[in-house]
Design a protein around this ligand. Structure first.
Ligand code: HEC
Ligand code: HEC
Length: 288
């Protein structure tokens, strides 16, 4: 290491560091940079004093201002509760029937139900509950699992094939995929189902399929094809279809049994919200 000296060309002091004849100039830091640097130091000292900052073993320094995001959120939630207060409190005490019978309370429940539905249900059931392929229309009077207030409330709590204990459950077998029937049998059954809904279909195929329907399908869909709510098996005679009315869709369902899934909502919403949703869906569909 050589001694500091003045550089001949620039007239600036060197630091005394030299590598292979190249010397380092001792330029001062730019003023603006230095001031920002000092300001940052000053700011952080003030920040440490006022705000929660330094981690310790069991916690952190709280800071003089006593700021806490946790406490703020808790206070906001508390305020929201008070704001919703009266309506929510009345929902807690009321049965589903009582809510529907009281116009004020029903109005409140419908408002809550509508807003929660828009955020959580419309993705699957469509805006306002109009339904989509595989996702039932909740505005009509056709129900897989039942359309009374209690039925709807129960479906919401446990879901369908949701995996939670006590969920509504049944499994339509994949007759084709799992080799339970031949392709020809399924073609015939497709004609049979088309005929059930009151449309023209191949007579000979219907006759061939009839015994299969009684043996393989009637346990869920009923001998007359009118369905069974205990198993969520749709009425095949009503001309309304969950998966579509074409022969192709019907055949696909018999071939591979889709078995739609609806999440359980019990743990995700408080009991008041679930009641409001049930009242909303029930009112929307005209009610059973
Ligand atoms: C991930 C998609 C999905 C979401 C989200 C969803 N559902 Fe469903 N829901 C379904 C499916 C699929 C079915 C039909 C299941 C079957 O095949 O039985 C269903 C069935 C239902 C039924 C029973 C209909 C009947 O005919 O018996 C009701 C009631 C219902 N949903 C209400 C709701 C409400 C209210 C919400 C919002 C809190 C919601 N669903 C959110 C997919 C969903
Ligand atoms: C274990 C009960 C069960 C059996 C047995 C069963 N199904 Fe189903 N089926 C259902 C359920 C539940 C659904 C609707 C739910 C889903 O798949 O998402 C359904 C749906 C259907 C659909 C679609 C209806 C629509 O609205 O789109 C057709 C068609 C159908 N089944 C025909 C048959 C035929 C034909 C057989 C006999 C070969 C049969 N099912 C046997 C339970 C059953």
């Amino acid at each position: 290491m050589s001694k500091p000296e003045v550089d001949d060309v620039t007239g600036i002091d060197t630091t005394g560091h030299e590598w292979d004849g190249i010397k380092e100039l001792d330029n001062p830091l730019p003023r603006w940079w230095l001031y920002i640097f000092y300001a940052c130091i000053a700011f952080s000292v003030v920040y440490w004093v006022l705000m929660p900052a330094w981690p310790g073993i069991t916690g952190h320094t709280p800071g003089l201002r006593g700021h806490s995001d946790r406490a703020n959120v808790a206070a906001e939630l508390e305020a929201l509760k008070v704001q919703r207060g009266e309506g929510a409190a009345r929902l807690t005490g009321a049965t589903l029937e009582q809510i529907e019978a009281d116009p004020d309370l029903q109005q409140y429940a419908l408002a809550v139900g509508q807003s929660v539905f828009g955020d959580n249900c419309a993705t699957c059931h469509g805006a306002g509950g109009a339904g989509a392929k595989g996702y039932p229309n909740l505005r009509d009077d056709i129900w897989l699992w039942g359309g009374s207030l209690a039925d709807i409330h129960h479906t919401l709590q446990v879901g369908v094939r949701s995996g939670v204990e006590g969920t509504r459950f049944s499994l339509m077998p994949a007759f084709g995929r799992d080799g339970l029937m031949t392709s020809a049998q399924i073609n015939d059954l497709t004609e049979f189902v088309v005929a059930l809904s009151g449309r023209e279909a191949d007579r000979a195929a219907i006759q061939r399929a009839a015994p299969d329907f009684v043996a393989q399908c009637a346990s869920c869909h009923g001998v007359d094809g009118k369905g069974d709510r205990a198993q969520g098996a749709p009425d095949l005679t009503d001309g309304e279809w969950l998966y579509g009315d074409s022969r192709e869709e019907i055949r696909t369902q018999i071939w591979s049994g889709r078995n739609g899934v609806m999440p359980a909502w019990a743990g995700r919403f408080d009991p008041e919200t679930l009641k409001a949703l049930a009242v909303y869906v029930h009112a929307n569909a005209g009610g059973e």
